[in-house]
Ligand binder design. Structure first.
Ligand code: NAD
Length: 346
């Protein structure tokens, strides 16, 4: 497998492959940068078809964590782990024991936490093998589920963007939310409370019915979310939903949501800029979760510190929007430049 030639290699400091035949562990841990501190980013358990796919995912996600941690003002670098889900039945506990041992060998250059497919229970198993793990729900500095804090950061970003772009509060604005999972549903609660009108979609019909009864949300099928008449689109499900097909349909003025890697390719950011749509860079908007986790890694978790950092997130987004506006450049370019400067890559 070519590593240095991989288009997403981007001068990663190190990339580690781990196997454990007994448990079936096949994991890649990518460390993009430790310039600001030990690398931190979640562990994803996914059914990758090939190891190349796992490698590309690890590289993209770890670079994203470098940018996210830097923009959130954290003393953390960027890293990410991907575990290839074994085929068929497997011993989950044995898998995460082996994963925990792998992390321990890195001696603290990488801290892990939950990501897609991984639960706090899995992290408890990892914790038996290593201290370099966060996102736990018990223990002295445990920070618990990061999703509500992520939703808080997304909510603040939407509010700020509505004010800057439309000179409007959220009251009466139509907001299309894609994905009502841990972050999306909590975001809907906050938006509803602020008086927004919600248009929602998910592949889980039960959660849609709950949103309809709790918030009076209008429900649409997944493919229709892009074309709805709305002021704001909040992607909170999958990555790459900002692509040529969706851009043809979107009628919104603002995009801000929790999903990682929303732009299918960077050029989509430029296209949104030309369409006069304010795109709030994903890794800035969704930094609340890692902010919450950072307090736990530091061993000093407290709510005031988290609040300060969330305020910092708002200030950073505000700076990006203002700079983009005065320099007539797209927000994603401004954000990338700021993140790269913070990690000494410019
Ligand atoms: P989640 O798995 O709890 O929720 C995702 C939701 O999206 C689910 O309800 C799922 O049914 C729905 N969904 C899946 N495919 C869909 C489709 N095609 N159309 C509409 N809905 C679909 O995940 P989450 O923790 O809420 O995270 C949401 C996104 O935010 C993810 O991209 C995640 O990587 C990102 N993120 C999450 C956090 C966090 O703190 N949880 C932090 C940063 C970024």
């Amino acid at each position: 497998m070519a590593i240095f030639e991989n288009a997403d290699f981007d001068d990663h400091e190190s990339v580690h492959a781990f196997t454990d035949p007994q448990s079936g562990l096949k994991a890649i841990i990518a460390i993009h940068s430790t310039k600001l501190g030990p690398s931190a980013g979640g562990c994803r358990l996914w059914q990758y078809v090939t190891s190349e796919q796992a490698m590309t995912d690890a590289l993209r996600l770890s670079r994203g964590m470098s940018y996210k941690n830097a923009m959130a003002g954290l003393n953390l670098g960027g890293g990410k782990a991907v575990v290839m889900r074994p085929e068929g039945d497997f011993d989950r506990e044995a898998l995460f024991v082996a994963f925990g041992k792998a992390i321990q060998t890195l001696g603290g250059r990488y801290y892990t936490a939950e990501d897609v497919g991984v639960s706090p229970d899995d992290m408890r198993v990892v914790r038996r093998q290593t201290n370099y793990v966060a996102g736990l729900d018990d223990g002295e500095f445990a920070s618990g589920d990061p999703s509500p804090v992520t939703a808080d950061g997304v909510f603040r970003s939407i509010k700020l963007a509505a004010d800057k772009k439309m000179n409007s509060s959220l009251k009466g604005l139509r907001i299309a939310v894609q994905g009502l999972g841990h972050v999306g549903f909590d975001l809907c609660k906050r938006l509803d409370h602020a008086g927004a009108e919600l248009i929602v979609t998910d592949i889980n019909s039960e959660i849609l019915r709950t949103a309809e009864s709790e918030f009076g949300a209008k429900i649409v099928v997944p493919d229709d979310i892009y074309a709805v008449d709305a002021d704001i689109y909040a992607p909170c499900a999958l990555g790459a939903t900002l692509n040529p097909k969706s851009l043809d349909q979107l009628k919104v003025s603002v995009i801000a949501g929790a999903a990682n890697n929303q732009l299918s390719v960077p050029q989509m950011g430029q296209q949104l800029h030309e369409m006069d749509v304010l795109y709030c860079p994903d890794y800035v908007v969704n930094g609340g979760g890692i902010i919450n986790i950072a307090g736990e890694i530091d061993g000093s978790y407290n709510k005031d510190w988290v609040e300060d950092k969330l305020q910092g997130l708002e200030n950073t987004l505000s700076e990006i929007i203002d700079l983009a506006s005065t320099s007539h450049r797209s927000t994603h370019v401004i954000a990338d430049e700021m993140a790269q400067a913070r990690i000494g890559r410019r």
